[in-house]
Design a protein around this ligand. Structure first.
Ligand SMILES: [Zn+2]
Length: 417
């Protein structure tokens, strides 16, 4: 459905026809510069999918006209369509909904998986979160109920099997919201098995250190909220996932257009995912080290002996030296790129509607230098980061399976009455 309305710029009075494709979220934010004076106009639409009902708030820097009029200018946004920016450029041409179809390898397959995602968001995601609560509290009777619904199987008997069932609950749901990086999963299974076969005692000691130091529970409590925020915000970034279904190679990211602009909300998810990937990289490196040498420690180029916790304490930007040494971890190096992380994370970073870019900031002493990334490029960076967290999570669950517990102390967590 397309909502067509007219507004006038509050500064120069230019009349513009807006055409908004209505998506499946609860809110859409569309910003664009006035074509005459350049003032940024922002329109927010509130949606109620149950009714269904769409309501436009008063725009920022513009006023809605009570009825449609003939205008020279158009602003076109489509919440669920990815396409070249030129297909969204002002004009009253065909909808990008029509023109983007030919980018897909198999549009019917995309639609099928889109329905699956909708089903997961509506029916399965809350049960997955509930199963995570029961898993953490070892409420196995309640956990059973949820996994029978999600996995269609009975509760397994050992801790290791239950950890596996928990990871599968995420596997079958989150998997449909990320890029297809299954090759990484197969790799990791091999690396972990290699470490386990060659040095199972060392691997178990590492798992025990990880538990006792509180790292398991700390990581666990970051993983679940990250996936939750990512899946709940799906309607706002969903166009970028369409690249998973597009013919390869796809056009450059900076020529593509994502309509719903939610930099502030999405950057938090990106930053949390970055943090989490850095923490999981500690397990990945330890597994590599154990497989290769039987110990988690390593020696630097200068001959200094370091522990895995020294590695963990390093800035992400300095971790690449160790990560790039191993076949199983070197792909993490470009992802833990601190230029993008710091640029997006800077308090002054923001979305610039006049160029459709995210303005990133690098502080150089007292000077703030800015550089830019297209909004679609930012959305892709988010998708890529969470996809890697998802495909690296196996390290976490495999190690957790060896530990027998999530908590630093073996006592059950206290429940407040
Ligand atoms: Zn204007």
């Amino acid at each position: 459905m397309i909502m067509r309305n007219c507004l006038t710029c509050s500064s120069c009075g230019t009349a513009i026809t807006t055409r908004f494709g209505v998506g499946h979220g609860t809110k859409q934010v569309h910003s664009f510069p006035c074509p005459t004076c350049g003032v940024v106009i922002t329109c927010v639409m509130r949606l109620d999918q149950d009714k269904p009902d769409a309501h436009l708030e008063d725009p920022i820097n513009a006023v809605w006209l009570p009825e449609l009029v003939e205008t020279q200018h158009f602003a076109l946004f489509h919440a669920e369509v990815l396409g070249p920016r030129t297909d969204f450029s002002p004009g009253d041409g065909p909808s990008p909904f029509v023109t983007s179809g030919h980018f897909f390898e198999d549009y019917l397959e995309f639609q099928k998986q889109e329905r699956l995602r909708e089903q997961i968001r509506k029916e399965y995601w809350e049960p997955v979160k509930r199963s995570a609560v029961h898993f953490e509290r070892r409420q196995w009777d309640l956990f059973t109920k949820e996994i029978e619904l999600i996995l269609k199987e009975k509760l397994k008997t050992t801790w290791q099997d239950r950890v596996h069932q928990m990871s599968e609950c995420f596997g079958y749901s989150v998997n449909w919201f990320v890029l297809d990086l299954f090759h990484l999963w197969r790799h990791q299974a091999v690396r972990f098995a290699r470490a386990f076969v060659a040095h199972s005692t060392e691997l178990q000691v590492f798992a025990e250190d990880f538990r006792r130091s509180g790292r398991f529970i700390h990581l666990w409590r970051q993983i679940v909220p990250l996936y939750d925020a990512f899946i709940r915000s799906y309607p706002s970034w969903m166009p970028i996932l369409q690249l998973r279904y597009w013919k390869k190679p796809h056009p450059p990211l900076d020529t593509l257009f994502v309509s719903d602009k939610r930099f502030e909300e999405l950057r938090t998810i990106y930053l949390n995912a970055f943090e989490l990937l850095g923490r999981i990289s500690v397990i990945a490196l330890a597994v590599e080290q154990i497989a290769a040498t039987g110990a988690t420690g390593y020696t630097t180029k200068k001959g200094e002996a370091k522990t895995i916790w020294d590695f963990e304490a390093m800035d992400s930007g300095q971790k690449h030296q160790q990560l790039s040494k191993h076949a199983g971890t070197k792909h993490l190096v470009p992802l833990l790129d601190t230029k993008l992380r710091n640029g997006i994370g800077h308090y002054a970073a923001h979305y610039d509607a006049s160029t459709d870019e995210v303005v990133c900031i690098k502080a150089d002493g007292a000077t703030l230098n800015e550089w830019r990334i297209s909004y679609a490029g930012f959305c892709y960076a988010l998708l890529e980061m969470v996809s890697h967290v998802f495909f690296e999570q196996q390290y976490f669950f495999d190690l957790l399976g060896l530990s027998k517990d999530l908590f630093a102390t073996r006592a059950k967590p206290k429940v407040k009455p």
